[in-house]
Write a protein that binds this ligand. Structure first.
Ligand SMILES: Cc1ncc(COP(=O)(O)O)c(C=O)c1O
Length: 403
């Protein structure tokens, strides 16, 4: 079995005096040494600002920043002109909301999202609802965690302008058939635009964005083994070139007078101000790292760990799992009839095991299941069977203590 733990320096540390067992990659991934080195080197060797300097170091760092964009475009099989650096997935969605949507939708137009969305794919649309009076429609989730596609088909109407869906649910790990969901929308009306929130999907699978049938695809760098402060918005160039800027300032302009400003073409039009230069370079290095391992190897490795963990968990009584359909990523979400989720997490913490508890920024989904939250164990490329064994042993200990 693949063992990448040694590539991630954080695992040299203990937590609460115990081996660090990290099962919270769904929230943010740990960083390989190669990513840390790439960022250090860019700061130490030739740090300066990008795009504007004629001197050697500025040109070097501009090349590194733009090379990161090319690597990302290449990895996801899209054109580099369509890759916009943002702060995170949240900012990417807000950018589309306040630029394309705000300028193309009006009162009464409909946006369809799902009951399993992260708040990042709910709140920007609610803000727009306040601003321009759009209507928000919600695809319900079935008891096994899958989307109710029959209801989806019934929600589509001649007012539908946008469908915005999560690719893999961060809270229950369900993998949505986003290609099919896009296809259904486009068949109903080719003018409907589709946004996919790929925050969790890019981590677990090989993603060919151009094959998804969508118009926009978003994710954050920090979940993809890169640094915080950098995210991606991919958009079809034909849409991007007609979108107004999201923010105004330096780097996104062509000319400025007090009377009138003209803007750069995308992607620069959407990268106002000094960018997260070092973080973009770090994300490029994360892509290099993942390519060297192979996303399909990571995917197979995580599947094996997931199955191993689910088998072991079936020996612990009193657990109720959420997201029980077959279409799952390596994310396990559960409650226990013998203990509160926070008490379980605190005992696991004492055993050196990091899991996430609570609503996972998916309060409407928790409401649907009638729960306050779950314990979530999410796997990354560096996890191994020892992590699972320690997790199971710690959970058994929690059960003994709390029952
Ligand atoms: C599915 C999904 N969408 C959006 C986000 C928001 O990501 P960020 O906070 O990096 O913008 C997350 C983060 O947990 C997520 O899992």
């Amino acid at each position: 079995m693949m063992d990448l733990r040694k590539d991630f320096p954080i695992f040299q540390n203990s937590m609460n005096g115990k081996r660090f067992t990290y099962l919270d990659t769904g929230a943010s991934a740990q960083k390989p040494q190669k990513v840390i080195d790439s960022m250090n080197q860019a700061i130490v060797n030739n740090y300066s600002n990008i795009h504007r300097g004629l001197y050697n170091f500025s040109q070097l760092i501009t090349e590194q920043y733009e090379a990161a964009r090319s690597k990302i475009a290449d990895f996801f099989a899209v054109n580099e002109k369509e890759i916009i650096f943002t702060r995170n997935a949240t900012e990417s969605i807000n950018l589309v909301a306040q630029s394309w949507v705000r300028n193309n939708l009006s009162q009464g137009d409909e946006i369809i999202i799902t009951q399993m969305e992260h708040h990042a794919n709910i709140v920007p649309w609610q803000i727009l609802r306040e601003q321009i009076g759009i209507v928000l429609k919600i695809i319900p989730v079935l008891d096994n965690g899958e989307l109710d596609l029959d209801s989806y088909k019934n929600l589509l109407s001649d007012k539908t302008k946008l469908v915005s869906i999560v690719h893999i649910s961060n809270s229950i790990g369900i993998v949505n058939d986003v290609r099919n969901i896009s296809k259904i929308a486009k068949k109903f009306n080719p003018e409907i635009k589709v946004i996919i929130d790929g925050s969790q999907a890019v981590v677990h699978n090989v993603i060919n964005i151009s094959d998804m049938g969508c118009d926009f695809y978003v994710f954050s760098g920090h979940k993809l083994y890169g640094p915080t402060g950098i995210g991606i918005l991919w958009g079809k160039y034909s849409l991007l070139e007609n979108m107004p800027p999201y923010q105004g300032g330096g780097d996104m302009i062509e000319t400025v007078t007090f009377e009138k400003t003209t803007f750069q073409k995308p992607p620069a039009r959407f990268e106002a101000g000094t960018s997260a230069i070092i973080e973009a370079i770090g994300l490029g290095a994360a892509i290099d790292y993942l390519k060297s391992i192979g996303m399909s190897n990571i995917s197979a490795h995580e599947k094996e760990l997931y199955n191993y963990a689910m088998d072991s968990l079936s020996n612990i009584d009193g657990l109720k799992f959420y997201g029980t359909s077959e279409n799952k990523a390596a994310i396990i979400s559960f409650c226990a009839d013998w203990g509160h989720i926070s008490d379980i997490a605190m005992i696991l913490d004492q055993c050196g095991v990091a899991v996430r508890t609570g609503h996972h920024c998916c309060m409407p989904l928790m409401e649907k299941f009638g729960i306050e939250g779950t314990v979530r164990a999410s796997f990354g490329c560096y996890n191994n069977k020892e992590d699972v064994d320690i997790f199971i042993k710690s959970l058994e200990k929690a059960k003994d203590m709390l029952s």
